[in-house]
Write a protein that binds this ligand. Structure first.
Ligand code: GLN
Length: 386
C-alpha cells in the first residue's frame, strides 16, 4: 500500500453519521442528526418535476439560477433591509457545509487564525485546518447560557486573526446572538482586518418573537461577512443539499473562484422549483411559528422526564442536562449510546463539539419531528430506568 500522510489525523466519522447509523441499527427514534421526519411540500415536489419536464436538466449558471438569486435578494432585503446584487453577491451552493468550506478555503491562508466559539458545528475546524489556518477556540458554557464573553474574544485577537465564525441560531446549543453581542462584535472588528463567517442556516427557526440578528442588518458587519443560509431547513428538505452564500462583491469574487472548481454549479431543476415556490413569502414567514409549536410541545413533554431543560431560543434543537441523574459521572458519549440502545431514543452528546472534548453532561435532541414521534420519544424517556 502506498503511504499517505493524513491531512486530518484526528478526524473520524461525524457524530451525525455515527448516531443516525446506530439509531437505525437498534431501531431507536432518531432525534440525533437534525432533519425532519415529515415530507416537504408536495407542491414543491411538483415544481421540481415540472422543471425537469420543462427541460431544466443541464448545468445551471455557476453562481446559481438567476430567478433564484433574485428571490434570495428579495427575501434578504425584506427580512434584513440589505441590498445584495444577485449578479455579484449571491451564490447558490450545495448546502450550508459546502458554503462554509468554500468561504474558509477562499480567504484563509497558512497560519491565519480563526476564532471559533465552542461547542461548534463539526465542519468548521477541519476546513480551517485543510486551508492551513489555526483554530483559536473559545469555550462557552451552559452555566451562563453559552453567552460569549467578548473581553475574552478581545484577548484572542492579534495581527494574525483573519476570521471570526459566528452561528446564530446556534447548533448545538439553540442560543442566539443578542443586540449586545452585535454591539460588542462591531466595536471589536472596527478598523481591524478581520472577516466574519456567519453561519445562519437556522435564520427562520427563531422563537418567542426574538429577531434574528443577521450580519446583513448591520452595514459595518455586512461589509466583511460571508453569510451562509440553507434551503434544507427552510423547505424541510435537508437531503436536497441546497443553500446559498451572501457576501459583498470583493469577497464573493474569491468565493466563486473556489466554488467553480468544487461543485461548479448546483442542480438546476431544484433551483428553478425553489425560485418559483419562494414567491409565496408565507413559506418562510410562517416557519418560526411552525417550529415554535414543535419546540413547545417537546419541552412540555420533556418537563415530565428527569432531565433538566436548557433554553431553546432557535434552531431545530433542545438540549438537556443529565449530570444529576447518574452517580458514575457518566461521559455524555456513553450516556448517549446507552440512551439510544436502552431507551430507544437517539441524541447527540455535545462534548464532541469541543476541541478538548469538554463534557458538561449535555445532550442535544432534534425536535423537527411529527408530534407522534416527539410523544413516542418523550414516553420512552419517561420510562427509561437509569
Ligand atoms: N446539521 C445537522 C445536525 O446538526 C447535521 C448535518 C450533517 O450531518 N452534516 O444535526
Amino acid at each position: 500500500m502506498t503511504s499517505i500522510v493524513s491531512k486530518l489525523p484526528q478526524v473520524g466519522t461525524t457524530i451525525f453519521t455515527t448516531m443516525s447509523a446506530l439509531s437505525a441499527e437498534v431501531g431507536a427514534i432518531n432525534l440525533s442528526q437534525g432533519f425532519p421526519d415529515y415530507n416537504c411540500s408536495p407542491e414543491l415536489i411538483e415544481l421540481v418535476n415540472k422543471a425537469m419536464k420543462d427541460g431544466h436538466n443541464q448545468y445551471a449558471p455557476m453562481a446559481g439560477v438567476k430567478a433564484l438569486r433574485d428571490e434570495i435578494a428579495y427575501k434578504t432585503k425584506k427580512l434584513y433591509g440589505a441590498d445584495y446584487d444577485p449578479d455579484t453577491e449571491i451564490t447558490v451552493t450545495a448546502g450550508g457545509t459546502q458554503a462554509i468550506f468554500t468561504a474558509i478555503t477562499a480567504v484563509i491562508n497558512p497560519n491565519d487564525e480563526v476564532i471559533v466559539f465552542e461547542p461548534a458545528f463539526d465542519c468548521y475546524a477541519p476546513a480551517i485546518k485543510l486551508a492551513g489556518g489555526v483554530v483559536k477556540s473559545l469555550e462557552l458554557e451552559p452555566g451562563n447560557n453559552y453567552r460569549i464573553d467578548w473581553t475574552m474574544v478581545k484577548k484572542l485577537i492579534n495581527n494574525r486573526t483573519k476570521l471570526i465564525i459566528l452561528n446564530s441560531p446556534h447548533n448545538p446549543t439553540a442560543t442566539i446572538l443578542h443586540q449586545e453581542d452585535i454591539d460588542e462584535l462591531s466595536a471589536i472588528v472596527k478598523d481591524q482586518d478581520i472577516l466574519i463567517l456567519s453561519d445562519e442556516v437556522y435564520e427562520h427557526l427563531i422563537y418567542d418573537g426574538e429577531i434574528h440578528h443577521s450580519m446583513a442588518r448591520y452595514t459595518e458587519l455586512q461589509q466583511r461577512s460571508f453569510i451562509v443560509a440553507s434551503f434544507g431547513k427552510l423547505l424541510h428538505a435537508t437531503g436536497w443539499k441546497i443553500g446559498y452564500c451572501l457576501a459583498p462583491a470583493y469577497l464573493m469574487q474569491e468565493f466563486r473562484k473556489v466554488h467553480q472548481f468544487l461543485v461548479f454549479s448546483v442542480n438546476s431543476a431544484m433551483q428553478q422549483a425553489i425560485a418559483e415556490y419562494l414567491k409565496d413569502e408565507n413559506i418562510y414567514l410562517n416557519l418560526p411559528a411552525f417550529f415554535q409549536e414543535k419546540r413547545d410541545h417537546f419541552r412540555k413533554g420533556l418537563a415530565e422526564t428527569k432531565f433538566e431543560l436548557l433554553p431553546s431560543y432557535g434552531s431545530y434543537f433542545q438540549s438537556v442536562r443529565y449530570g444529576h441523574l447518574t452517580n458514575a459521572n457518566e461521559a455524555d458519549t456513553d450516556f448517549a449510546l446507552r440512551l439510544t440502545k436502552e431507551a430507544g431514543v437517539a441524541c447527540i452528546p455535545t462534548s464532541v463539539f469541543y476541541t478538548q472534548g469538554t463534557d458538561h453532561k449535555v445532550l442535544r435532541f432534534c425536535f423537527a419531528k411529527r408530534q407522534e414521534t416527539l410523544d413516542d420519544a418523550v414516553n420512552r424517556l419517561i420510562d427509561f430506568k437509569l
